[in-house]
Write a protein that binds this ligand. Structure first.
Ligand code: EPZ
Length: 418
């Protein structure tokens, strides 16, 4: 097991550069098999989720040439084989191979995906989408066989604006016959990045980033070069850390418009920000923070993936704040550990009430999932004394070089294997 140790109460100063977006990358890598030639994707983050997907590519006999920040994927000798459970279970995004393999071969055989335990995380909307395109779905003991004689464009309405279902249906529909329309599609920037990638390969997708996406099927996808957008969740996490202990802290290589909901909440709390074209600087973390309420929502609402780190900030705000989680049923697992660190938080149903400000004192905590882990890091940085975070592997799934990045701005943080 990996643990992260932090000696807290240090002020952070300098610049942190943001890596490519995890949740775009994890869809782009499976999407790359849809070409018959070669795809080059740059600004790929070095995180364990990326490696797990490259392992699946190798299982499918796809050539993967990985260098710093980029990957060249060549599926010319690819074999459509079953994706076994040890591969699918390593991460949630393995499910994008379902749509991509179905789109390319009209058949996908794989096991249920893994990922953070933040809720039931069904994939019914993905499967309904595949069925609407003409596929049949058989499942037994966690294994899914999805196949079609022919995929035909269809009008698909998503009951929930699901990120995963929107992307997976796009992947399956891109080489289908005719026109597919996805209504109530998710609008996250990662979806736009994936649609741009597919269009660069010759796909005909319009409307990505709005709630109606139209896909005109094409027969063939060609070679392309593509760049992953900056990770808005990594950026948001470090901006929150800047608000907790930056003097000042600049977060570079960001698209500030992707973070509007977070930035306006921070300004409402009294935090001084300088927002540039591709950076955000937290000017001062010593201002008296005002309490506020947040409610997570689909993009452009407040992102659920920043709810856990943001809760740490609220422990330092004056008064009563409320955090309502509407996307995942089980995303308050960081709260008991924040209480161990000294926070005053009560959870009732899907709402956490935070009373602040409270001084945090370092202790032993656990990263129960990726963003809960990020919350523990943020808390450890302001806690007095030493905080030890167990199960740090969860954090490395989504934050490239987190220890190095924080050390470079003055944090006393290290990672070790025990
Ligand atoms: C993506 O998960 C992200 N993961 C999540 O990031 C993120 O929290 C989530 O979108 C919401 O923004 C990846 O991109 C790999 P959804 P996804 O389908 O696609 C329900 C992180 O920390 N639903 O938009 O799995 C579902 O249960 C992570 O980086 C169904 O009911 O999320 C949830 O309540 C974790 N049936 C809601 O929809 C379905 O078939 C939204 O899920 C699909 C989803």
């Amino acid at each position: 097991m990996k643990i992260i140790e932090i000696e807290g109460s240090k002020k952070l100063n300098g610049t942190i550069r943001i890596s490519g977006a995890k949740n775009a990358t994890v869809a782009l890598i499976p999407a790359a098999i849809l070409t018959d030639e070669e795809a080059t994707i740059c600004n790929i983050p070095e995180i364990t989720d990326t490696e797990a997907l490259c392992d699946i590519l190798r299982l499918l006999n796809v050539k993967v040439n990985r260098s710093t920040e980029s990957v060249v994927i060549n599926p010319q000798e690819m074999i459509n084989t079953e994706i076994t459970e040890p591969f699918s279970k390593k991460l949630r995004a393995s499910y994008y191979f379902m749509g991509a393999l179905l789109g390319k071969y009209k058949k996908a055989v794989m096991y249920f995906p893994g990922g953070c335990s933040i809720g039931a995380r069904p994939i019914d909307l993905h499967l309904k989408g595949f069925e609407a395109l003409g596929a049949t779905v058989k499942s037994e003991n966690n294994k899914y066989i999805v196949e079609a004689e022919e995929l035909k464009g269809a009008n698909i309405y998503l009951d929930i604006a699901s990120v995963g279902a929107t992307i997976n249906i796009m992947l399956a529909a891109v080489r289908a016959k005719g026109v597919t329309t996805i209504d109530n599609a998710a609008k996250e920037p990662e979806i736009v990045n994936v649609a741009t990638f597919l269009n660069n390969m010759g796909a005909k997708i319009t409307g990505a980033g709005t709630s109606t996406i139209k896909i005109v099927g094409v027969d063939h996808l060609h070679k392309c070069f593509h760049e992953v957008i900056p990770d808005r969740i990594e950026a948001g996490t470090y901006i929150i850390i800047g608000a907790l202990c930056g003097t000042p802290l600049k977060i570079d290589n960001v698209i500030p418009e992707h973070l509007d909901s977070l930035l306006s909440k921070l300004e409402e709390m009294g935090i001084n920000l300088e927002i540039g074209a591709d950076y955000v600087t937290v000017l001062d973390s010593t201002t008296k923070l005002k309490a506020t309420n947040i409610k997570t929502a689909v993009y452009p609402g407040f992102p659920t993936d920043l709810q856990q780190p943001f809760t740490v900030l609220l422990t330092q705000a004056h008064g009563k704040s409320k955090v309502t989680e509407t996307i995942w049923e089980n995303r308050f697992m960081h709260i008991p550990y924040l209480k161990d660190l000294g926070a005053d938080i009560e959870v009732k149903n899907q709402t956490a009430t935070v009373l602040g400000p409270k001084e945090l004192k370092g202790c032993e905590v656990v990263a129960t999932d990726l963003r809960a882990g990020a919350a523990m890091v943020a808390a450890g940085l302001i806690a007095e004394g030493k905080t030890t975070i167990a199960n740090a592997e969860h954090i490395l799934r989504g934050y490239e070089q987190i220890v190095e990045k924080l050390s470079s701005v003055g944090a006393k943080i290290k990672i070790k294997e025990i």
